[in-house]
Design a protein around this ligand. Structure first.
Ligand code: NAI
Ligand code: MG
Length: 367
């Protein structure tokens, strides 16, 4: 089947780092591994300027028809005065919702050449390779009732509600278990079953699925607060970490801090498998935003975008070999001493976006 890739570069450094992915695709083209169709579209501020909305119906339709979306980043000072309902950031929110992307995958991998860039001691982080799976369409960020209300005594109260159905827990748990199976065979499921009812159900459902469908995966339950502490003190014990929208948000940021820079971190968000087409919607994007402070200067680190593309090749296109080559090439470039400003270390050579991307491509040619 011929796969389709939709590229949505967006704003700020988005188009700058996406250009380096284009370069990688040229390399793939030379080795005849571009077996997919490439489309490009507008999102965020760029789409507001051209189409009046941060994500048009046409773009949503193209995203749904595509096998995978490679997203850049959106937002910037130019659109800060837009009404709230028409802000660039709503572009990605709409895509997540329309594509039903319920599982957010955030790898935290400490590459050997960057061990010193971590906020922790070298011997604590060397070899860390964690995948945080965060539920991303349910939980306390969406549960009803929610809002700020005025009580009879005139005082206000803020209300959020955490609701998880057993199906919502089960489908994201399966994503985690499947990943663990392909990795080191261990999953740590986090909640606060000691104080939260949704946490009790979370623990029960994950345990049931583990016993029935994944007896080969080592499942461990851990309270989320303990997990935060363990991530800082003994991060190497973790393989896959599974959490709710709230806990996954916090723990994935924490795990990211182990690795060094925002400019290095990719992510994937997966949806359900469509019953008729057999296709799983998926969107891949760097963790960082549009970085208006450095946009247009040619100094952004393209690695997060390139590594997001590697995740896409692996998870949506089944191109494991190309994905692994790409990851190795990035590691070799860093090992060779090249650094963009955000990951600069003493004794290394500071380069811009284009030189970094070109170096990755040259490494690929050698592999
Ligand atoms: P940001 O991630 O854009 O930038 C934070 C800091 O990290 C900045 O100092 C930036 O220069 C640096 N940085 C980020 N990516 C980098 C890279 N590839 N290379 C080198 N340095 C890098 O987050 P911030 O500043 O909070 O948000 C800026 C804009 O991006 C806002 O409009 C925000 O709403 C939007 N944003 C969009 C996201 C998305 O498209 N999914 C995610 C996060 C923020
Ligand atoms: Mg966050």
């Amino acid at each position: 089947a011929n796969k389709t890739l939709l590229m949505l570069p967006g704003d700020g450094i988005g188009p700058e780092v996406m250009r380096e992915v284009r370069r990688i695709i040229e390399w793939m083209d030379r080795r005849r591994s571009v077996t997919f169709r490439i489309e490009e579209g507008l999102v965020g501020g760029a789409a507001i300027d051209a189409e009046g909305t941060p994500c048009s119906d046409a773009t949503v339709a193209r995203a749904k028809a595509a096998d995978a979306v490679l997203f850049g980043s959106v937002g910037g000072p130019k659109w800060d005065s837009q009404p709230f309902e028409n802000r660039p950031e709503l572009g990605v929110l709409r895509l997540r919702k329309e594509l039903g992307l319920f599982a957010n995958l955030r790898p935290a991998l400490v590459l050997n050449p960057l061990v010193d860039a971590s906020s922790l001691k070298p011997d604590v982080v060397r070899g860390v390779d964690i995948m945080v799976v965060r539920e991303s369409t349910g939980g306390i960020y969406f549960g009803e009732p929610r809002g700020i209300e005025t009580m009879p005594d005139g005082k206000r109260r803020g209300v959020d509600t955490e609701v998880y159905t057993e199906d919502e827990i089960a489908r994201v748990a399966r994503v985690g278990f499947d990943l663990a199976r392909k990795r080191r065979g261990k999953m740590t499921s986090v909640e606060k079953a000691n104080v939260m009812q949704s946490g009790r159900l979370w623990r029960a459902v994950v345990g049931e699925i583990g016993r029935a469908e994944y007896p080969d995966v080592q499942l461990e339950h851990m309270y989320a607060d303990n997990c935060a502490m363990q991530l800082c003190s003994r991060p190497k014990q973790f393989d896959v970490i599974l959490g709710s929208n709230l806990f996954g948000d916090l723990l994935s940021d924490l795990a990211a801090a182990l690795t060094g820079s925002l400019g290095m971190l990719p992510s994937a968000t997966l949806g359900a498998v469509d019953a008729t087409s057999g296709k799983r919607h998926a969107l891949y994007e760097p963790v960082h935003g549009s970085a208006p402070d450095i946009a247009g200067k040619g100094i952004a680190n393209p690695c997060a975008q390139i590594l997001s593309f590697a995740m896409l090749l692996r998870w949506s296109f089944g191109m494991e070999e190309d994905a692994a080559l790409l990851e190795t090439a990035v590691e070799k470039v860093l090992g060779g001493g090249l650094r963009t400003a955000d990951i600069m270390q003493t004794g290394m050579a500071r380069v811009g976006t284009g030189v970094m991307g070109e170096a990755v491509m040259r490494e690929l040619e050698k592999l």
